[in-house]
Design a protein around this ligand. Structure first.
Ligand code: ACM
Ligand code: ZN
Length: 761
C-alpha cells in the first residue's frame, strides 16, 4: 500500500474508524505536549540515546543518527478534524505542558501482513514511518513513539533528539489486564481516567472493573434504585458513612474514553457470592430473606444469592441487561469466587432446585447458577469470565476461567479446552506487600506453566494483576501499590524476550520521570532488605541483606531519636529478646519507612525440627528452621515468619544435639478471623531424653483471645514446668479449631493455625 501523509490520511480514517483517528490525533499531541525548556547556558549538550521502552518491543534496530523534533514545525489538520485548540485543551486537562513542538513528517500506512495488534515504527532522520495492521497496532506505535519522545527529551535542549530506530513489535498475549476493585474503596472518575491513560501507555488493554461486593454496590441500575440508596453505602465501625457510586453518565464517559485509548473495560458483577450489599438493599435475594447490613468488615460472607429462587435470576437478568447496555465488552465477568454454601445447605428452595435439576450437591448448584447466567448473557451475545471456583461442580462450556488460587485452576480449564486468564496470588496480587511480591517477582510471571502440555498452551489468553482495595483507602496508596509493579506485568504479558531483570530494572529507572508527569505517586520496587539469623560459638547474630547494592541500612534497638542509629556494616550480636529498627537510604534519602522486627534469643535456636503434620505450602515461612530461627512473626501474617496449618493440627518435634535444661517454653500464635486464622484451642508439650519415653512438660496457660474478636492478635502461649527438666527431644501438638465456627460468615470452611517461634527459655 502506498504511504500516505498524515494530513491526507485523516479524512480517510475518519470514514474508516473514529478510533483510529483519535489515536492519530493523540499521536500528534504527544509531540505538542513535551516541548523544550531551554534553561541551559551551556553550548554543548550530550544526548543519551534511550531505548528504555517498556514493555520491551519484539525487535529493535538502532541506527546512527537522530531525528530532531523541534519547535515551529507544523502539523496541519484538514477541515473535518477537530481543531488543534480543542485537542490542546484535552491535554491541558491532563496537566501536561503544551508547547508547539512537532515531528517534521509522519507517514502512516496500513499493512495486512502484520500480526494482531502489531506495528512497525521506523524513525529516519526526517520522517517517522508507521505501519499498522489494526487500530490497536496503530495505537501501540504511537505509544512507543510517545515513550521515545519522553525518554529522550532533555531538560536543557530546545529540540528532542529521537534516535534513528526501526522497531517491529506485537504482543505475546492478547489479554493484558489490571483488576481495579472500586467496591471496597471508591475511586473518583478522574482516577479511573488516569489509570486508563497509564494502562494505554504500557500497552495493557483491559481494565477489569470490580463493581459489586459485600461492602458496596457501585454501578447505578435504573430498575433497582435501592442499589444506590442502600447498597452503595456502608456504616463504618466509627459510625461514619462511606459511600460512592458511578452514574450511568460516568460509566459511559469512562468506557468511551477507554475505547479511544484501546482499552476494553470489562465489568465484574459478582455472583452468587460477595453479594451482601445487594442483599442489604433487596433482602428477598437471599435464602433467608432476612434483613442484613452492607458489610463493613473484610472477609468472605455467607449471605449469598439464593439459587432456588427465580426472582433472583429475574433481578440478575435485569441488572445484566443494563450492564450490557453500558459496556460493549466481549466479556462480562460474573465472579463466582468464595461463595460459602452454608445457606444453600439449609435452604428448602435451594435443596428443591438440587432435586428438580438432578444435581449432586451445592457445588453442582453453583455450576447450575453460573450456566444459567451464562446462557442469559449468551442471548445478549456476551461471553463470561469467572474465577477458578467455577470449575467446581462442572465448568460451563465456553466460559473463560480466571485462575487466582495458583495456576492449577487455569491448567485444568485449559486442558478442558476453555480459555484462561492467569492472575495467581503468587505473582499477580498487587494488594500483597513487597515482601511477598516485589517488582522482580511480578516481572518473572509467566502465564504459561511449564507443566501444561504444548497442545493446550494457546488456551492461555493472557493475565491480569489484581488490585483489591480493602487496605487501599485513597489514590496515593493505590499508586504506591500499582506502580512500578504494573510495569513488570505489562512487560511479562507483552514481551516475547527472555527475562532479564537487570536490564528491566535499568529501564524502569527512566520511567519514574514519566510516571511523575502522570502524577503517579509510585511506591518502591522491593522491600529494602531481608534478614537472617545464625549462631556462632553459641551466640546469636542477625545479618541484614540490602535488596540492592545502592541501599544503605542503619539500625538501632529502640525507637526514638534517629541520631542514635548505627550504619549497618556487619552482623549484629543479639544478646536477648529485642526489636531492631532499620531505616534504608537510597541516594542519601530515606527509602521505605522504618521497619521493625523482633528477635528472640533462646535455647532452641539451631534445634532440628521435624514434622508429623504438614504445614501448608503457601505458608512455610521458608522451611523447617522457621520455628526456631530467632525471627518472630509480626502483626503482618504474610511477613514470612508465620507457619500456617490449614484444617489440621500442627505436630512438631524438636531434636537437640546436647541435653537441655529448662522449665519454660513459649509458643506464639496468631488470630485474624477475617482470614479464618484462629488461636489454637490447645497446646500440649512432651519431653524426652531418649526419644522413647515421653513426659508432659507441664500445663499450658490457655489463651484469653476470644475467637469471635475482630482484629489481629498475637498470643504467647506459656508452658511451665514445676521444676527444671532435662531433655534432648520436645514434641509439640497444637490443636486446630478445625472448621470455621457457625457464627462466622465462612462457617464450615477449614480454619488456619498460624504459629511462629518455639522459644525454649
Ligand atoms: C479473589 O481474589 N477472591 C478472586
Ligand atoms: Zn436458597
Amino acid at each position: 500500500m502506498r504511504p500516505v501523509r498524515l494530513l491526507d490520511q485523516s479524512l480517510k480514517f475518519k470514514k474508516m474508524n473514529n478510533v483510529i483517528q483519535f489515536f492519530l490525533l493523540a499521536f500528534a499531541l504527544t509531540f505538542s505536549a513535551f516541548g523544550q525548556s531551554d534553561t541551559s547556558n551551556s553550548n554543548i549538550i550530550i544526548y543519551r540515546k534511550s531505548l528504555d521502552i517498556i514493555p520491551k518491543p519484539k525487535e529493535v534496530k538502532v541506527l546512527e543518527g537522530w531525528n530532531l523534533i523541534s519547535q515551529g514545525v507544523d502539523v496541519q489538520f484538514d477541515n473535518e478534524s477537530p481543531s488543534p485548540d480543542l485537542l490542546i485543551s484535552v491535554f491541558k486537562k491532563s496537566n501536561i505542558k503544551v508547547l508547539p513542538v512537532y515531528p517534521k513528517k509522519v507517514i502512516v500506512t496500513q499493512s495486512y501482513d502484520l500480526k494482531e495488534e502489531g506495528y512497525e515504527l521506523n524513525v529516519t532522520s526526517d520522517t517517522v514511518f508507521i505501519k499498522y495492521g489494526d487500530v490497536f497496532g496503530l495505537k501501540h506505535a504511537t505509544t512507543t513513539f510517545s515513550q521515545l519522545v519522553l525518554l529522550n527529551k532533555s531538560a536543557h535542549a530546545s529540540t528532542i533528539h529521537i534516535p534513528i530506530v526501526k522497531i517491529k513489535d506485537w504482543p505475546r498475549f492478547e489479554h493484558r489486564g489490571l483488576l481495579l476493585d472500586c467496591s471496597r474503596h471508591f475511586f473518583e472518575k478522574e482516577v479511573i481516567l488516569k489509570y486508563i491513560d497509564l494502562l494505554a501507555l504500557y500497552k495493557m488493554n483491559v481494565l477489569h472493573w470490580h463493581l459489586t461486593e459485600d461492602q458496596a454496590w457501585r454501578i447505578a441500575i435504573d430498575k433497582y434504585p435501592r442499589l444506590e440508596s442502600v447498597a452503595s453505602k456502608r456504616t463504618e465501625f466509627d459510625g461514619s458513612e462511606y459511600s460512592g457510586i458511578y452514574s450511568k453518565e460516568d460509566i459511559r464517559e469512562i468506557v468511551k474514553y477507554a475505547t479511544s485509548q484501546g482499552i476494553e473495560v470489562i465489568p465484574e458483577i459478582e455472583l452468587p457470592g460477595h453479594s451482601q450489599a445487594a442483599i442489604a438493599a433487596y433482602p428477598h435475594l437471599s435464602c433467608t430473606g432476612k434483613r442484613v447490613e452492607v458489610a463493613n468488615d473484610w472477609g468472605v460472607f455467607k449471605e449469598i444469592y439464593c439459587a432456588g429462587n427465580d426472582s433472583v435470576f429475574i433481578f440478575l437478568e435485569d441488572v445484566l441487561t443494563e450492564v450490557v447496555d453500558l459496556f460493549p465488552s466481549k466479556y462480562i465477568h460474573i465472579g463466582g469466587d468464595e461463595a460459602p454454601k452454608s445457606r444453600w445447605e439449609e435452604c428448602p428452595k435451594c435443596q428443591k432446585r438440587i432435586e428438580t435439576e438432578g444435581l449432586k450437591d451445592e457445588h453442582e448448584l453453583q455450576s447450575y447458577f453460573i450456566k444459567r447466567i451464562q446462557s442469559f448473557l449468551k442471548s445478549k451475545d456476551r461471553e463470561i469470565i469467572g474465577w477458578d471456583e467455577i470449575l467446581e461442580g462442572g465448568l460451563a462450556e465456553g466460559a473463560v476461567v480466571q485462575s487466582w488460587r495458583g495456576f492449577e485452576g487455569g491448567i485444568a480449564a485449559a486442558q478442558q479446552g476453555n480459555k484462561v486468564i492467569m492472575s495467581p496470588t503468587s505473582h499477580a496480587y498487587l494488594d500483597y506487600d513487597l515482601k511477598s511480591i516485589n517488582l522482580e517477582k511480578i516481572y518473572s510471571f509467566n502465564p504459561i506453566p511449564k507443566e501444561l502440555a504444548k497442545a493446550y498452551r494457546s488456551n492461555i489468553i493472557g493475565g491480569e494483576c489484581n488490585m483489591w482495595t480493602e487496605h487501599v483507602p485513597d489514590e496515593k496508596t493505590l499508586d504506591q501499590k500499582v506502580f512500578p509493579r504494573m510495569l513488570g506485568i505489562a512487560e511479562a504479558l507483552w514481551s516475547h524476550t527472555t527475562k532479564d531483570y537487570t536490564d528491566f530494572n535499568r529501564r524502569i529507572q527512566s520511567h519514574y520521570a514519566i510516571l511523575e508527569r502522570y502524577e503517579v505517586t509510585y511506591g518502591e520496587e522491593s522491600h529494602p532488605f531481608t534478614y537472617s539469623t545464625f549462631t556462632r560459638n553459641d551466640s546469636l547474630f542477625v545479618e541484614l541483606i540490602p535488596a540492592t547494592k545502592d541501599l544503605k541500612l542503619t539500625y538501632q534497638f529502640a525507637h526514638g531519636v534517629r541520631d542514635n542509629a548505627i550504619e549497618y556494616q556487619k552482623p549484629i550480636y543479639i544478646d536477648s529478646n529485642k526489636s531492631i529498627h532499620v531505616q534504608a537510604f537510597k541516594n542519601n534519602k530515606p527509602y521505605f519507612c522504618v521497619l521493625d522486627f523482633p528477635l528472640a534469643r533462646h535455647k532452641a535456636i539451631d534445634a532440628t525440627v521435624s514434622y508429623e503434620s504438614e504445614c501448608n505450602e503457601w505458608y512455610t515461612a521458608g522451611g523447617e528452621h522457621a520455628l526456631v530461627d530467632g525471627k518472630l512473626g509480626t502483626f503482618d501474617f504474610r511477613d514470612g515468619n508465620w507457619q500456617g496449618f490449614w484444617g489440621n493440627d500442627a505436630k512438631v518435634k524438636l531434636s537437640f544435639e546436647e541435653v537441655q535444661r529448662s522449665k519454660e517454653v513459649r509458643v506464639n500464635a496468631y488470630q485474624y478471623n477475617n482470614s479464618w486464622i484462629f488461636i489454637p484451642t490447645q497446646i500440649e508439650l512432651m519431653y524426652s531424653k531418649d526419644g522413647n519415653s515421653w513426659n508432659s512438660f507441664g500445663p499450658t496457660i490457655p489463651s484469653n483471645v476470644d475467637p469471635k474478636k475482630r482484629g489481629k492478635f498475637i498470643h504467647e502461649f506459656i508452658i511451665l514446668s514445676n521444676e527444671e527438666v532435662e531433655f534432648k527431644y520436645l514434641k509439640l501438638q497444637v490443636k486446630n479449631l478445625g472448621k470455621v465456627p457457625e457464627w462466622h460468615e465462612a462457617a464450615g470452611s477449614d480454619a488456619w493455625i498460624f504459629m511462629d517461634e518455639i522459644q525454649v527459655k
